[in-house]
Design a protein around this ligand. Sequence first.
Ligand SMILES: N[C@@H](CCC(=O)N[C@@H](CS)C(=O)NCC(=O)O)C(=O)O
Length: 211
Amino acid sequence: MADFELYGFAESGPCYRVAFMLRACGLDFAQRPVDFFNGETRTPEYRATINEMGEVPVLVHGQRKLAQSGAILAYLANLTGKFDGANEAEKLEILSWMLFDNHKLNGLIGTLRFMVAVSKSGETPVTGFLRQRVTGALGIVEAHLAKRSFMVGERVTIADFSLCAYLYMPEDYGIDWEAYPEIRQWLARLKAVPGWQAPYDILTRASPKRG
Ligand SMILES: N[C@@H](CCC(=O)N[C@@H](CS)C(=O)NCC(=O)O)C(=O)O
């Protein structure tokens, strides 16, 4: 039996970043597929027994059950001594970028991508607003990466695992990636991390919506 069990599905950026980290740390894990598109995360049973926040990813390690990909990345970095900050200042810088990412980059891409590429909402005032916010956040990351190879400390850290999540997903949600050469080069550098795999090669996809 694998040491780690990851509740999740391939289309989820937060699940992908955790799966990538597990592989990069050389940790053996099994995916517990979650029937997301048919509402499993919203069932009272899931919330009572798996995650009261009603989300994936959830990582189970022995008696521990962890929610929130940022907390999971920090847990794995602490456990393995890999991809962490070298000192308190770096750890805080990593935390800053991960909070920025959850709030303004991958946090908003998740919703934009879901609306445009999964639900096929078409263009609406909401997708326009989200894309404008995402474009702003991408510009900030682009400027940051123009001066360094990785997000913090000139080596790969959990900040990189956090920020890359949805940026490896192939779906089109109306972002012009040609406008972000620094981000594209950084994503290419991260692919060299041993264990890297594309999202749909690491995890299995969720079952389509029934009916
Ligand atoms: N901040 C969370 C975000 C997780 C998240 O948004 N998960 C989505 C799937 S990608 C989810 O489980 N949503 C549940 C729902 O909408 O019912 C993390 O990084 O773990």
